[in-house]
Design a protein around this ligand. Structure first.
Ligand code: FAD
Ligand code: ZN
Length: 469
């Protein structure tokens, strides 16, 4: 803990280094205190909004010298409490380091500031006739730096991989203020081990990302979308196999929604749902193609699947507006969540073939142990990623803890991971040993100690490991 005198000196040094862009702790707005998770925020020392990498470096140098914790903050849409304020910390917003610095159509890459929103990156790529493949519901607010720090996944991992696969270069500021420039633009670079992956998915615990070189893909001339009602999870997997084989891997999204999801949507809709609500499983399928793609490629795949008895009912979008409407249904999870708040949010992963079994086992485990709770199931089937939202719970209460234990025990027996995409933050810290071995955890701690010896970067998140009880 800093003395009052040290605190005042630190704030004065930060104010000098920043020329504006500093708000004292007691005046920090509620929006800067918490991400989307229900974790309780601490009382921060200050909120700082640097404009340049040099300012970020100065902030970290000053905070490191004083031993003051720093919480890097992107768009605050995280679901694991990674960006939530901790007591006495300096909240470091990257929002002002935003904008596209360069777009290279020959190299199919883009150089951006860490604070650029995902939406802005997608739009800039599309305007240049290219495609930035990461996509998720929080696209309007989340930032590239946050996407990289959480190694975000989202809707199109099936075809393009996770954020890790879309990063060519990074600029990172280390805990002591050292600027690490790794702004690689070459697709191939084997000049020794790559350091960038250390920062991708480390949720602000090993360094602060200030700029990035992003990989772009060819523009998408058409994307065909359909919503399917299917008789079983096995049928869904068979449709995915068939679609991938017949389209040479052009299926770009294959999103599952279990019946609770569709039933929950009904009260939020101004018109009837496009399919009856009583099917065992629903799939949103998207197939992307270039200018030569045939008009009815997806229709042909679905017709073959229907003939094989794999589809009960289907709506194929015929206009872009229809396609957007179908995607909007999948994106309405935020509304569904609000209906059963406060919730506990899961983003577990299990081997692809066992997703259906995982959903069934978790549903019956929750129904048996917590009959008064509601649960919604959906997920990115092709990636082995199942989302479960359960509520209402008391945030931080014993019911939340016991629901987590129930879900994570099932995931552990299925050889899965406690986080497929949202990360660990503070929310899943206690459960990390369910997915990582003691040897891995020891190495992670060693790495953290060597890169951030005073432990100022995002303390209490991810790497400071408490054992599961
Ligand atoms: P924040 O929440 O601000 O921060 C997240 C973590 O990264 C924190 O630990 C923070 O300290 C760290 N951080 C942020 N910026 C930096 C930086 N520049 N340098 C170092 N560390 C930094 N996630 C998915 O993966 N897939 C989804 O499909 C998905 N859907 C979502 C839908 C909704 C409606 C919402 C609200 C969230 C969803 N998320 C999803 C979660 C969230 O949007 C992602 O985790 C996103 O990548 C977080 O970005 P952010 O800028 O908001 O980061
Ligand atoms: Zn997801």
């Amino acid at each position: 803990m800093l003395t009052d005198q040290q605190r005042d000196a630190l704030l004065a040094d930060l104010a000098d280094a920043l020329a504006g862009g500093i708000t004292p702790g007691e005046e920090v707005s509620a929006a800067a205190l918490r991400d989307w998770s229900p974790e309780t925020a601490g009382r921060p020392l200050a909120h700082v909004r640097p404009r340049t990498t040099e300012e970020v470096s100065a902030i970290l140098r000053i905070c490191n010298a004083a031993g003051c914790p720093v919480v890097p903050q992107g768009g605050m849409t995280g679901l694991a409490g990674g960006a939530t304020a901790s007591d006495g910390a300096v909240l470091l917003s990257l929002a002002r380091l935003s904008g596209v610095e360069k777009l290279d159509t020959d190299g199919a890459l883009m150089v951006v500031g860490a604070g650029t929103t995902l939406d802005a990156v997608q739009t800039a790529a599309a305007e240049a006739g290219l495609f930035f493949a990461l996509d998720l519901g929080a696209r309007g607010s989340c930032q590239i730096g946050g996407n990289i720090s959480t190694n975000a996944g989202g809707n199109r991992v099936l075809k393009y991989g996770m954020m890790r696969d879309l990063v060519l270069g990074l600029e990172v500021v280390l805990a002591d203020g050292t600027v690490l420039t790794m702004m690689n633009e070459c697709p191939k670079n084997n000049a020794g081990p790559d350091l960038k992956p250390l920062f991708i998915g480390s949720e602000g615990t090993l360094g602060v990302i200030t700029r990035a070189v992003l990989k772009l893909h060819p523009g998408v001339a058409r994307a065909d979308v359909a919503l399917l009602a299917v008789p079983s999870f096995e049928a869904a997997l068979a449709i995915l196999r068939l679609g991938q084989a017949q389209s040479a891997g052009a299926i770009s999204a294959f999103e599952a929604m279990w019946p609770e999801f569709l039933r929950g949507l009904a009260p939020h809709m101004s018109r009837p749902l496009p399919l009856p609500e009583d099917a065992p499983l629903y799939i949103l399928i998207e197939m992307q193609g270039g200018a030569l793609a045939s008009d009815d490629a997806l229709a042909e795949i679905l017709a073959a699947a229907m003939e094989d008895g794999l589809i009960l009912d289907a709506v194929l979008a015929t206009t872009q507006r229809d396609a957007d409407d179908l995607w909007r249904l999948r994106d309405m999870i935020a509304e569904l969540q609000r209906d059963i708040e406060p919730v506990v949010n899961f983003d577990v992963s299990v081997p692809v073939a066992r997703i259906g079994e995982a959903a069934e086992r978790i549903r019956s485990g929750l129904a048996k142990g917590f009959p008064d709770k509601e649960a919604i199931f959906f997920g990115h089937v092709g990636d082995g990623n199942l989302h479960v939202v359960a509520g209402p719970v008391t945030p931080g209460g014993s019911d939340e803890r016991e629901i987590e234990r129930c879900v994570y025990e099932i995931v552990r027996t299925l050889s899965g991971s406690i986080s497929a995409e949202h990360g660990i933050g503070m929310h899943k810290l206690r459960w990390l040993p369910y997915s990582r071995t003691p040897q891995e955890l020891a190495l992670l701690r060693q790495l953290k100690r060597s890169m951030d010896p005073k432990g100022i970067l995002n303390p209490g998140k991810v790497i400071e490991i408490a054992g599961a009880d």
